[in-house]
Design a protein around this ligand. Structure first.
Ligand SMILES: *Cc1c(COP(=O)(O)O)cnc(C)c1O
Length: 390
């Protein structure tokens, strides 16, 4: 066994050693950050045949290869493309596999910018867009049409965390001749490996846990053997390659992702359990809680939970939600998540057609960072008191 394949290794060993073989570059532990457009050829015949490993910066470099192969090792994929943002990791595969006249099924609780892309650009390109209930399971078979070419999943759901039955959905989608894409950003390949559950294409906002420091935007899309060539061709055709410094930062982040996630997981779960008994909280939406409706699916398929979940305030509206948010001192008010610092945001569900509640009050999403739990609890308590007083 070579260091590169890492078969049989535990996940933290693989995170530490996959993606780059130090002997490939003078023994340096980390790969070089290759800044490149032009790649030179030794002679005209090699150039005419493009007969060497690297040919132009948009098509890949040793830096992008290092990250892509590290992610392949985690996902069990045939190939991975690296794109400039998590949103590009959603749009590129959809553009790769959809054409005018096709029908796409997208989970209604999807990451909102994915929905905006589908409702604007996909519809304009002549794709029939339909949203389905995240709890549909095998029932998705009845929504399949002869022209359904893609079923797009995200589990747990953005913001409200409904769990999808990925094996059942994948089986029905394949029976109907569609391929299955999954936005797996919440779990990372450490807690869920989509390709082992029937998904064809696994999507990640590497901006989140892989990068881990709220300072880099990046996306990754990993394909099985059947879908890799078409995904890769679309990536080359669209020219949406990522900058080498960002790619390097994400490879650097991957090395510590296991230990960071371990901490995020423990803190988030401890705080979620505590919040279940706090005054002013109607419900806690966290798939690893026994009280959560999708808990059985999470337990069956996932091997861990990450650091983001939501709470539903017991009544009230925007005034209470704003009072909660404005009272927070440690939690920042901001989008995104997966970084070392805690964040809070009021969830908007206004454009959903199915998975929109009812909820007892405002839904507030919490990203639990790496701070000390007692400090975070005290901060949330202050917020809850402010909401009750509002
Ligand atoms: C953040 C996020 C994205 C987009 O990532 P960006 O790098 O911010 O564009 C996609 N999907 C999910 C589920 C996300 O949370």
């Amino acid at each position: 066994m070579t260091k590169q394949d890492g078969e049989g290794w535990g996940v933290n060993t693989r995170l530490a050693h996959t993606g780059h073989s130090p002997r490939d570059y003078f023994g340096f532990v980390n790969p070089p950050v290759v800044h490149a457009s032009t790649v030179l050829f030794p002679d005209a015949a090699t150039m005419a045949g493009r007969n060497q490993k690297y040919t132009y910066g948009t098509r890949g470099t040793p830096t992008t290869d290092a990250l892509a192969s590290a992610i392949d090792a985690l996902e069990g994929s045939a190939g991975t493309i690296i794109v400039p943002s998590g949103l590009a990791a959603v749009t590129v595969p959809l553009l790769a596999f959809l054409a005018a006249g096709d029908h796409v099924l997208i989970v209604d609780s999807v990451y909102r910018p994915t929905r905006i892309f589908a409702d604007t650009m996909l519809r304009r390109l002549g794709v029939e867009v339909e949203y389905y209930d995240p709890r549909v399971g095998a029932g998705i078979a009845s929504l399949m049409k002869p022209n359904t070419s893609v079923v797009f999943t995200e589990s747990p759901a953005s913001n409200t965390f409904e769990m999808q039955d990925i094996p059942a959905i994948s089986a029905a989608a394949h029976a109907g001749g569609a391929i299955v894409m999954m936005d797996n950003t919440w779990a990372t390949p450490l807690f869920f490996k989509p390709l082992d559950f029937g998904v064809d294409i696994s999507i990640h906002a590497a901006t989140k846990y892989p990068a881990g420091h709220s300072d880099v935007l990046l996306g990754a899309v990993s394909a099985n053997q059947a879908t890799w060539d078409r995904l890769h061709e679309a990536f080359l055709t669209l020219g949406c390659c990522a900058g080498p410094d960002d790619v390097y930062q994400v490879l650097r982040g991957l090395r510590t992702m296991g230990v960071r996630l371990d901490h995020h997981q423990k803190s988030a779960l401890a705080i979620a359990r505590w919040l279940e008994g706090e005054a002013g909280v109607a419900r806690v939406l966290h798939p690893a809680l026994e009280s959560f409706p999708g808990h059985a699916i999470w337990k069956r398929d996932f091997s861990g939970s990450s650091g983001i979940f939501s709470i539903v305030l017991a009544g009230g509206g925007e005034r209470q939600a704003h009072a909660f948010l404005d009272a927070l001192k440690i939690f920042g008010l901001g989008y995104s998540w997966g970084g070392y610092e805690s964040l809070a945001v009021q969830v908007f569900l206004g454009d959903r057609v199915i998975a929109k509640g009812p909820y007892e009050g405002p839904v507030i999403r919490l990203q639990i960072g790496l701070e000390d739990i007692d400090d975070l609890k005290a901060d949330i308590s202050t917020g809850l008191s402010a909401a009750r007083a509002a």
